[in-house]
Design a protein around this ligand. Structure first.
Ligand SMILES: Cc1cc2nc3c(=O)[nH]c(=O)nc-3n(C[C@H](O)[C@H](O)[C@H](O)COP(=O)(O)OP(=O)(O)OC[C@H]3O[C@@H](n4cnc5c(N)ncnc54)[C@H](O)[C@@H]3O)c2cc1C
Length: 385
């Protein structure tokens, strides 16, 4: 007789949790998934129509192998679900050659044999005339294998394929407390308690409510779409693919061309407001105002004169950052029953499938396909305050 309701419980089915559920179900593990809303909702970090994918990952050398593995798994998931999830229309970085973004991208490309092309400013202006005012000393890096993922469709696909493989999914079910007990973990919802051998907690910005010891900071981030001054030709995603561009004043403008008949999506990397630690993410202000896009509009009017600098649509998203801006993945305090996945640091969607595999392997005791030692949660817990 089973003494547990499932071998593994996955709490939170956003990008990371849904991919984890899939990789566990793929292994034939008896797994239960809990999501407090409907999978694919717009209240966490995994919505907004598109997410950038790059292999070159200047954010950390150790992420290149993860992105490569994630790409294989994104293709596998799209094939299993029978829906398009990934559009590799290429990606462009623009910035100072000595800056971290460009120099680390080129270093990773060299060290990990990635296909990238360095563009001097003349070539950059010729191929991407939409970008106005690029300083003469800046360069471009073109990565043909970069592109865009579809976040809502990806989450729904991972949940649907998992269910087909035997995972049990509980939508609209909030886990309100996690209680490690002898040989198991109790997952308490408002109406029921589930007993599992191991729990993987992938609740993003809501992590502190369930696992309070991690130094997480939540950022409220606007996502913004803009219409064009003229006809769409120059700004289709094929001609104006995903990009990140260091402006002359050091701010980073990011975006991508019109995709699925939507407008051009643009943002400023550092734009957002830190949410005070005591504020529950449920109380985040989701209304939008001029303050959410005014500065971006000014940057856009100079950098992309083909775009109208007043947005057609603004929505609010949440980022969860750690002090070193790297992920938090693994058992907490050495307890193998409780595995955490948070701290996505506004760069974690592209890696979701690889992270799901890493977490599934950690939970079942398999050697990881891509080891991620720099994401160990205990790097924060063992430090003295
Ligand atoms: C504006 C913005 C732009 C970004 N752009 C990119 C990009 O271009 N490329 C890229 O790679 N990354 C990007 N990111 C980062 C990426 O979107 C995130 O890393 C990723 O979505 C994180 O997924 P997650 O599963 O950790 O969080 P979430 O998607 O927020 O999932 C957490 C889930 O847990 C559920 N939950 C919470 N509490 C409970 C509970 N108690 N019980 C049950 N369920 C619960 C929530 O409802 C939610 O569904 C961006 C992030 C932002 C904010």
């Amino acid at each position: 007789m089973a003494d547990v309701d499932a071998d593994i419980g996955v709490v939170g089915l956003g990008a990371w949790g849904s991919a984890t559920l899939w990789r566990l179900a793929h292994r034939g593990v008896d797994v239960l998934g809990f999501e407090r809303f409907e999978p694919g909702h717009a209240l966490g970090a995994s919505h907004g129509g598109s997410r950038m994918f790059r292999l070159s990952c200047y954010e950390h050398r150790g992420l290149v192998a993860l992105a490569k593995r994630s790409l294989q798994l994104w293709r596998e998931l799209a094939a299993a679900a029978g829906v398009p999830l990934l559009d590799l229309s290429g990606g462009l970085l623009i910035g100072a050659p000595a800056g971290r973004m460009i120099s680390q991208t080129l270093a990773n490309a060299r060290d990990f044999d990635l296909d990238v092309e360095r563009l001097d400013v003349t070539e950059l202006r010729r191929r991407f005339p939409q970008h106005e005012g690029v300083p003469a000393e800046h360069v471009g890096v073109w990565e043909p294998s970069a592109g865009l993922l579809r976040p809502e469709a990806a989450v729904k696909a991972a949940v649907a394929v998992s269910a087909r493989l035997g995972a049990r999914v509980c939508p609209d079910t909030r886990v309100v407390r996690i209680e490690p007990v002898s040989g198991a973990v109790l997952l308490h919802t408002p109406t029921q308690t589930f007993r599992v051998r191991r729990a993987i907690v992938a609740v993003g910005a809501w992590c502190s409510a369930l696992i309070p010891r991690l130094p997480l900071r939540i950022i409220r981030k606007p996502i913004t779409w803009f219409a064009l001054q003229g006809p769409p030709g120059q700004f289709s995603v094929e001609r104006f693919p995903m990009f990140k561009r260091e402006c002359a004043d050091g701010r980073v403008l990011w975006g991508c061309g019109a995709y699925d008949s939507a407008d051009v999506k643009l943002g400023l990397e550092a734009k957002g407001s830190w949410v005070p630690a005591e504020i529950d993410p449920d109380l985040l202000d989701r209304s939008t105002s001029l303050a959410d896009w005014e500065e971006l509009g000014r940057v856009v009017s100079k950098a992309l004169p083909g775009v109208r600098p007043v947005p057609t649509r603004v929505s609010v998203c949440m980022g969860t950052h750690t002090p070193d801006n790297q992920f938090v993945l693994g058992p907490v305090g050495g307890d193998p029953r409780l595995i955490v996945a948070t701290g996505e640091s506004s760069q974690g969607f592209k890696h979701a499938t690889g992270i799901g595999e890493f977490l599934a392997q950690t939970a079942v005791g398999e050697a990881p396909t891509v080891p991620l030692p720099f994401t160990d949660p205990d790097r924060f817990l063992t430090k003295k305050p």
